[in-house]
Write a protein that binds this ligand. Structure first.
Ligand code: KG4
Ligand code: ZN
Length: 344
């Protein structure tokens, strides 16, 4: 069974071909980061227009790399939500129209289900069940992943996502968008302990997060300084911010493992690239005897491969593909709506 996957929920256009027997055959991706950087954040209308420009060339690229023809495709999976409505509509219209022309069915996929299943694309995948820490620019969630379609939300952020907190704090320190990775580089030059920032919700007793206070704490630090900010201050403040956020992410992940009794942790999403987060989790994993999995970065951030995979696994788990031709997206869509273990 050959599945074509289409992702367009935010600022990445992704197309992939996944074969149920041979695995991932090819994937092609275009990131809009450089385009949005000029505006300091994602501009939804520009995102939609760029998806329109990229989607057909990316399809050609993915087909050519896999050495397959459109007629070989058995079904088209695409991200139905959650995400930016205009951006989602581009992928949906493209996938539904192509499927209609080919006489093939479609599989609308939940974007977060794609992220949760993406570790299965790795050469060394985890086995079900596992705990997933999903930390991206848009999401911060801890989930128990028991099987395809069996997800339990253990905790999530009550306000900003972890990546959003990184990006906003980076902006406060004068770094360009998206500043998460730059802030983390700067933090490596900073001194530990110069500034103490709060560890929000660390002792809340649950698995939820809150990061907006941390960003405000960075703002307060910045306001106490004389402009222009010195390089030493920026590095020390970045260090303090990163230490605080990483500590909370690690503590809550450990708590989720303890609470579920599971021994495998999967870290997905762009913040999973953070070196301090990885070092601390690896250290804890050695001490507490659990395994941490970091999917390759190209599958951590938004991509078409995870959507093709999720579509394929859904079909194999018995969810029927639907006839092509209905153009509906779901910009807001709780993951629990598609999970059998979510109906508590
Ligand atoms: O998964 P992703 O591409 O998600 C979204 O599309 O939202 O993740 C992007 C997020 C951004 O907020 C970015 O600043 C952050 O991941 N990020 C990092 C690092 N690399 C990317 N945050 C902390 N440390 C990094 N090394
Ligand atoms: Zn995503």
């Amino acid at each position: 069974m050959l599945i074509l996957g289409v992702e367009s929920s935010c600022d990445e256009t992704g197309i992939a071909l996944y074969d149920s027997e041979a695995g991932l055959l090819s994937h092609a991706l275009h990131s809009q980061v450089a385009m949005h950087a000029e505006y300091g954040g994602v501009v939804p209308e520009l995102a939609s227009r760029d998806h329109i420009r990229r989607v057909v060339p990316l399809l050609r690229e993915a087909m050519a790399r896999a050495g397959r023809r459109l007629g070989d495709v058995d079904a088209i999976a695409y991200t139905r939500g959650p995400g930016l409505s205009g951006a989602l509509l581009v992928g949906c219209a493209f996938a539904e129209a192509l499927a209609l022309a080919l006489g093939k069915p479609t599989i609308p996929v939940h974007h977060l289900e794609g992220h949760l299943l993406s570790p299965l694309l790795s050469a060394n995948p985890p086995t079900f069940p596992f705990v997933a820490l999903l930390v991206s620019g848009g999401h911060t969630q801890l989930m128990r992943v028991s099987a395809v379609g069996e997800y339990e939300l253990l905790g999530e952020t009550l306000d900003d996502a972890a990546g959003e907190a990184f990006d906003k704090s980076a902006k406060l320190l004068g770094l360009p968008y998206p500043g998460g990775a730059l802030l983390s580089k700067l933090a490596e030059q900073g001194r530990s302990g110069v500034y103490e920032l709060p560890r929000p919700m660390q002792h809340s007793g649950d698995l939820n997060f809150s990061f907006s206070g941390l960003k405000t704490a960075v703002l307060t630090l910045v306001r106490e300084q004389h402009e222009p900010l010195s390089e030493a201050f920026k590095a020390d403040a970045a260090r303090a911010f990163q230490e605080a956020i990483v500590e909370v992410l690690v503590k809550k992940s450990l708590k989720a493992l303890k609470q579920t009794g599971l021994k495998q942790l999967v870290v997905a999403g762009g913040v999973g690239a953070n070196r301090q987060l990885r070092a601390m989790l690896d250290d804890e994993a050695r001490r507490k005897r659990f395994r941490v999995y970091y999917p390759e970065l190209e599958f951590c951030t938004d991509n078409g491969a995870m959507i093709a995979l999720a579509g394929c696994l859904r079909l194999q788990a018995g969810t029927p593909a639907k006839p092509a031709g209905s153009f509906a997206v779901q910009p807001r869509w709780p993951l629990m709506d598609i999970s059998v273990s979510g109906t508590q």
